[in-house]
Design a protein around this ligand. Structure first.
Ligand code: SF4
Length: 245
């Protein structure tokens, strides 16, 4: 396989999982293109994925709770062919497990129960986090967004959870930190007052800056939070009280 192709090598590293059957791999198709709506695919892309699954993955496709697709039976010898087929459909984003692999519920754009929009927030963060991932390691950080307290976006189980609320008829976004959905599952802790949509990305970046400055070795954000507590993140997120609603 042409590992000298850096884009293919990145896709192998981020999107391809080991398989318990020798000679096979499981491929996750990211539905998190930069700036796109999380979990969306066009009809043409869906038909193309069906064709790829039929040809290379025993006709099987699975949908993950992180709003991506998995081809669970790809022969290792066919990985480059699958990558090229996905690339042709703009489905080869190599960001599974990175911060830009955002979960978002439909929010106020489509859901009658919503108190705030989720999708535009996810799109802006996707742009900015994908940019950030070009220069730093944001593996193991989950960013999940819900448009109301029903929590369909699982914000409470994310490293950085975002809950859209309505405060005095204004959309307002509350951040929770250090939620986990792994063996050490826990609900995230509310960081403080919410932010308006324009101030929210800056707060997320300052939280990530704090994480990067405090992390040791391969700690993830939840590990750092468990070690140092909320205060450093809170101080970073609220440098000026006028940013907080
Ligand atoms: S979290 Fe709220 S806004 Fe989002 S899909 Fe669920 S009910 Fe709708």
């Amino acid at each position: 396989m042409p590992r000298h192709d850096p884009a293919f090598a990145a896709w192998l590293d981020e999107n391809v999982m080991a398989h318990k059957v020798e000679g096979y791999a499981a491929v996750t198709i990211s539905l998190k293109a930069r700036g796109a709506i999380p979990g969306d695919a066009t009809g043409e892309q869906m038909k193309a994925v069906a064709d790829i699954a039929e040809r290379y993955s025993a006709s099987e496709i699975r949908v993950t709770h992180r709003q991506n697709l998995v081809l669970p039976w790809v022969p290792q010898a066919e990985l480059y062919a699958v990558y090229q087929a996905l690339l042709a459909e703009e489905l080869a984003e190599a960001n599974i497990g990175l911060a830009s692999d955002i979960i978002s519920c439909p929010g106020l754009d489509y859901c009658a129960l919503a108190t705030a929009r989720s999708i535009p927030v996810a799109q802006r963060l996707s742009e900015e986090l994908r940019e950030r991932e070009q220069r730093e390691d944001l593996r193991g950080i989950t960013v999940n967004i819900s448009g109301c307290i029903n929590a369909c976006g699982h914000h409470h189980a994310a490293t950085i959870g975002i809950l859209g609320l309505n405060r005095a008829e204004q959309e307002n976004y509350q951040i929770t930190l250090a939620g986990r959905a792994d063996e050490g599952a826990q609900v995230g802790t509310i960081l403080g007052p919410g932010f308006d949509a324009d101030a929210l990305p800056g707060a997320v970046h300052r939280i990530l800056d704090t994480f990067q400055s405090l992390r040791r070795d391969d700690e993830n954000l939840a590990d750092v939070y468990a070690r140092v507590g909320k205060e450093p993140f809170k101080q970073a997120a609220y440098p000026a009280l006028e940013n907080a609603a």
